[in-house]
Ligand binder design. Sequence first.
Ligand SMILES: Cc1cc2nc3c(=O)[nH]c(=O)nc-3n(C[C@H](O)[C@H](O)[C@H](O)COP(=O)(O)O)c2cc1C
Length: 153
Amino acid sequence: MPAANLTAQVVFATITGNNEAVADILVEELENQGVSVKKSEISQTEPEELKDYDLAFLVPYTYDEGSLPDEGLDYFDDLADLDLSNLVYGLAGSGDIFYGDLYCLALDAFDEQLQKTDAHRAGELVRINLYPTAEDQYILAKLVDQALAKVQQ
Ligand SMILES: Cc1cc2nc3c(=O)[nH]c(=O)nc-3n(C[C@H](O)[C@H](O)[C@H](O)COP(=O)(O)O)c2cc1C
């Protein structure tokens, strides 16, 4: 399927803007490939919406002791009940390496939850330290390429 016929949703959570910057890079990379993209803040989004898309990218921040975004807890809980076996997803997020073992743990939690839906993960979890750099942009572009390759298999 040409990428121009594909649709993607990019769902983000942010307090200070870093994860929205990550989401914006993903949106730009997807649009550059001709994908129709909807960017959506997590508390304004229902997980059921994922059924309408070929691709999804979730971009959560990590907070106290490796916690999920508070405003995304309903989304997180409801996600597990869905059958998303037609969905390819990628996970990327900004945390802070200062937190050591708790670095970007929300990504691992979302990955576990999405595995329950039978959705298919593209690439590795992309952990970004604070504001995304040019190198992060390159890694995010690669994630988009991996997701497009997987959905077109
Ligand atoms: C109180 C507090 C707790 C945090 N806890 C974690 C954490 O456990 N793991 C992590 O990777 N980052 C943690 N962070 C760092 C944020 O995830 C990081 O600053 C991130 O870039 C914020 O994203 P945002 O700008 O999209 O809100 C914490 C930050 C604050 C202020």
